[in-house]
Design a protein around this ligand. Structure first.
Ligand SMILES: C[S@@+](CC[C@H](N)C(=O)[O-])C[C@H]1O[C@@H](n2cnc3c(N)ncnc32)[C@H](O)[C@@H]1O
Length: 327
């Protein structure tokens, strides 16, 4: 991810988590005005990574408590990834009936602040037919009165992340001309051996290559890193499904018992001899730079990583918005 020159567009971040979207917007040149995140450990991650940012954590970070009116007229972009548990295939999929559903809060912030543009992200399942009524009534209909909106699904490996990770993004622009000028983030990578891919695309690295592991004759992108905070309590596994288990076995990477550090991981060899991951490895496989350190216990750090928008995807998303907004 390069650092683009500053565009001076003031940006608010809701549900900031460990900062995937925040980092992508920063790298695309946006001006960080504030992050709201109620989980203290995640807020600490942001404060540590960027001591000069304004970060509201704990009760002050609960978006339900925020009066957005003072921000009206002063903000270019609002972005956020409301919690995905109400919609995720890994959960009960209760949508609006789930008390964790915070989409109405995201919508309230946009309708109060009226930024030039907004970006919202969620699990791809939100774009499935099961939630189409929900999406229409809770997101598109209230925001569509003031914004031109496009929903797109993006795949992380197409942006150079060595991982399968599909997420849906909503892009909204108040001004029709700017909306027309916007185009979806440009895909730059394809999977190895994908003969149908355009010649102009680069080949994405496999997980073993990204981790600098020896060549075993097999490499592939990692299965989706699970969002640790939505699984069993305090889990240090990043395994998201049974089919993912097979891929990890073929990769000879052990997805359970992720260690805090690389030193701890190498001192604690997995029973089958496969490579044991550490938090910095998982962060790398999500596309975070090495100097972005996460706070909290291991499961909390993994939760922040697994919940995040992979930063290279966030960067491509933010760049597409910046290009549309450019005068
Ligand atoms: C999917 S994660 C967002 C990840 C983030 N966009 C990133 O790229 O790293 C959702 C976050 O919303 C936070 N959250 C949930 N309810 C909240 C609330 N009412 N106020 C503030 N944050 C909240 C959760 O703690 C979690 O970190």
């Amino acid at each position: 991810m390069p650092q683009l020159s500053k565009n001076d567009v003031p940006t608010l971040s809701l549900f900031s988590g460990g900062g995937g979207l925040d980092l992508g917007f920063e790298r695309a040149g946006f001006k960080h005005e504030g992050s709201w995140e109620w989980m203290a450990e995640a807020a600490k991650t942001l404060e540590t990574a960027r001591p000069d940012w304004t970060v509201f954590g704990g009760d002050a970070g609960d978006v339900q408590n925020v009066d957005w009116r003072p921000y009206r007229g002063n903000v270019g972009v609002i972005h956020g990834g409301p919690p995905c548990q109400p919609f995720s295939n890994a959960g009960k999929r209760r949508g609006a009936l789930d008390p964790r559903d915070m989409w109405p809060e995201f919508v309230r912030s946009v309708l109060t602040v009226r930024p030039e543009a907004f970006v919202a992200e969620n699990v791809a399942a939100l774009a499935s037919s099961k939630f189409s009524d929900y999406v229409d009534s809770t997101i598109l209909s209230p925001l569509g009165k003031f914004y031109h909106i496009k929903m797109v699904t993006l795949q992380a490996f197409e942006f150079g992340v060595p991982q399968v990770r599909k997420r849906v993004f909503f892009f909204g622009f108040r001004n029709k001309a700017l909306f027309k000028r916007w185009s979806r983030p440009e895909v730059k990578f394809a999977l190895p051996g994908d003969d149908s891919a355009s010649d102009s695309l680069l080949t994405v690295m496999g997980a073993r290559e990204a981790l600098g592991l020896p060549d075993t004759g097999y490499d592939a992108v990692l299965p989706t890193i699970r969002s640790g905070l939505s699984g069993p309590r305090h889990t240090t596994s990043i395994l998201s499904s049974v089919s993912a288990q097979k891929r990890f076995e073929a990769l000879e990477i052990w997805p359970n018992g992720v260690a805090a550090t690389r030193e701890a991981a190498s001192a604690f060899v997995a029973k089958n001899g496969h490579f044991r991951l550490s938090v910095p490895d998982v962060a790398l496989l999500q596309g975070f730079p090495a100097d972005w350190r996460f706070s909290g216990a291991v499961y909390m750090q993994l939760g922040q990583i697994g919940n995040s928008v992979a930063p290279p995807v966030a960067y491509a998303v933010a760049k597409s918005v910046s290009q549309a907004l450019a005068k």
